[in-house]
Ligand binder design. Sequence first.
Ligand SMILES: Cc1cc2nc3c(=O)[nH]c(=O)nc-3n(C[C@H](O)[C@H](O)[C@H](O)COP(=O)(O)OP(=O)(O)OC[C@H]3O[C@@H](n4cnc5c(N)ncnc54)[C@H](O)[C@@H]3O)c2cc1C
Length: 466
Amino acid sequence: MSQAGVVTEAVAAAAPVAPGPAPAPAPEPVRAHPAVVLGLVAAGAAATIALWWRDTPAVHGLGDWLTNAGRITGLLAGYGVVVLVALMARLPPLERGIGADRLARWHSRGGRYTVGLVVAHALLVVWGYAVTAHTSVVAETTTLWTSYPDVLAATVAGLLLVGVGITSARAARRRLRYETWYYLHFYTYLAVALAFSHQFATGAEFMADRAARVAWGALYAAVAAAIVWYRFVTPVRGALRHRLRVVAVQPEGPGIVSVVVGGRHLDELRAESGQFFRWRFLGQGLWWASSPYSLSAGPRPDRLRITVKDLGDHSRALAGVRPGTRVVAEGPYGAVTAAVRRRRKVLLIGAGIGVTPLRALFETLPAGPGDLTFVYRASRDADVIFRGELAALARDREADLRFLTGRRADLGYDPLSPEALAHNVPDIAHHDVYLCGPPGLTEAVTGSLRAAGVPRRQIHHESFEL
Ligand SMILES: Cc1cc2nc3c(=O)[nH]c(=O)nc-3n(C[C@H](O)[C@H](O)[C@H](O)COP(=O)(O)OP(=O)(O)OC[C@H]3O[C@@H](n4cnc5c(N)ncnc54)[C@H](O)[C@@H]3O)c2cc1C
């Protein structure tokens, strides 16, 4: 079925697959539905505005209008910040149902709105108070700082949030090391702590309403407990329970190595093909960073495997990691698993290092003969990894495997265009498609798939950028 001019290669050789059989079935993990989560967040925002509504019988005059606009934006900012932190609390139902990449996008967009609300709150309240008191904005600001409880701390909190927002803007983030940006982000926790007490001390909605204070305090306490539990306690408990160590480091291709990690009771992690962990290797020069890498083979009760391309300091150093090195793995995370599948037939499209989660899915996705197709796109033959393993899996699973290699300029056309895809996979619209590769390629291929008639809900995409 190869298209004229495309360098495709049918499967022939059968090398033994290193990782072993699929894991024994475990109870189905809980997965939050994105629409339900968004609905709950919206309902929470409506309830927050209802707090203001209940406490505000009437609004009179410009000063009062401005102050009340400031109260609403302040309440929504206080609610927004707690939702933003909750999205990043690594709650398993959110991680499995929504996916870390989508959660990060929601967090980033929500962060922009929340910082906007914080700034609007400060400006509107100062302006409203100044109009009501017939004084200047500067004089009113001084009064607020010196005579209102906790307002100075809240101002520092607001400035910290604005600072975190600025360092997260695309232009600034590109200039910062990932770890620098990551640790600067921790100032959000300090900002939340600093701003918390001023809400009860000066927030009209809370000062006289005990039930509102209890509900608001419970919301903050629940999110703080989730952060402590899932981001700090769970990784330590996991490290003690599973005792992960590097078993082997195997070269796979130019600048690419597989790291096999062994441990105890790994079935309890309920990891699935398509998921990733955040890995911390406690070896020299590596322990300070924790990086996300996908499983590149179906998880086994005694070992996990990742495959890493040297794209920076951490990934480059992994080639030199020694067997026996202790490992802490946080996870599993990621929603692009067998659970999102809707159709019997599945097409996996991978390129670059994005083939890693697809390699694991190719091994373990339940499928009958002829139901699975793997399309592997690479500019050069030498860039292809897992060639022998994929061939063996394709043979064992009676699946179709195609290597589409060659540069578009040399081929004279795009082998992932709608026409080429439909030609290679004739009933493509009846497939679930799992897609992973460089951002530009994934965007282009999503467009091709849509043009070839694949509904959006059948396209499952994992981004390697958080
Ligand atoms: C969900 C997911 C799965 C991934 N799976 C694989 C895989 O299977 N194999 C593979 O080779 N690569 C994978 N990556 C990419 C890999 O995480 C980065 O290439 C790696 O972290 C680079 O780190 P570095 O220190 O070597 O490079 P740096 O130069 O420090 O970072 C290069 C870029 O990688 C990203 N990055 C670095 N550290 C992190 C981090 N802790 N969290 C999120 N992004 C980070 C940033 O965008 C950064 O700009 C995955 C990424 C994600 C988000």
